[in-house]
Ligand binder design. Sequence first.
Ligand SMILES: [Zn+2]
Ligand SMILES: [Zn+2]
Length: 318
Amino acid sequence: MKAYTTIFAQILRLRQTCCHPTLVRNQDVVTEEELAGAEADAAAGLSDDMDLQSLIQQFTAATTSDEKDANAFGTHVLEQIRDEAVNECPICSEEPMIDQTVTGCWHSACQKCLLDYMKHHTDRHEVPRCFSCRKPLSSRDIFQVVRHDDDIDTSQNSPKISLQRLGVNESSSKVVSLMKHLRELRREHPRMKSVVFSQFTSFMSLIEPALTKANMRFLRLDGTINQKTRAAILKEFAACDKFTILLLSLRAGGVGLNLTQAKRVFMMDPWWSFAVEAQAIDRVHRMGQDEEVKVYRFICKDSVEERMLKVQDRKKFM
Ligand SMILES: [Zn+2]
Ligand SMILES: [Zn+2]
């Protein structure tokens, strides 16, 4: 019996890996890395995801003239990005740059040029230095310019622009893919409501920051929430008429719920039996649903999840 339990524990690990690599990493190491990163960021005034407009405001709000001088270049670069100024890549001379990418010292180049340039140096065991100002470049401090045409900054009346640390926001392909779907959905249906199902509350906690970053309103319901709060959350989800996502754990949302206000269902991970998934989907697709419902299931290719689908198929015929 013990051997069985061990095997299931291992399979569970594999399934969690499909959702997000952080779920199976040693938590102490993850915490240490996060702390070290946070300290470096606090010192440099950087973060994983920075709103361009707020950065410009921060820079221009400097009071002493020394600070103003130091910030002048950064402000200039950021304003050019905001105004979509066409600039040449200092490495390949392409104009405009392809996938403009900014360093911690606010110099920019095409993403590929910059990464190739850094790799060229690290391959020779040299510390890469900025192609423009010669400051040492760290692979942590490379930021991608991302324009969100589904998310309008009302004060500027233009799409929000963010500088996102390269790599960090792509830590899980499921989260990236989910966000892509949700952004498209918000663009097409700015008031639509969706339900995102997962079996792992730890995974739900990793989806939350991505939603917050994208400025998406969400509610969360999992097994730890008491009856009273649960009722309040469901009532709120039913009543609101804004683009809203309900994060629901498969256990909390399997039975008894009526979620016909939602029109999209995202199943983040498969269950051993399709019946359990179907039951969850039926919360949305049931009597009272007056519109077409689309269901998206996220399955990692060539992984334990594909095996699970095979098990599901076998069970369907039993
Ligand atoms: Zn280039
Ligand atoms: Zn530089």
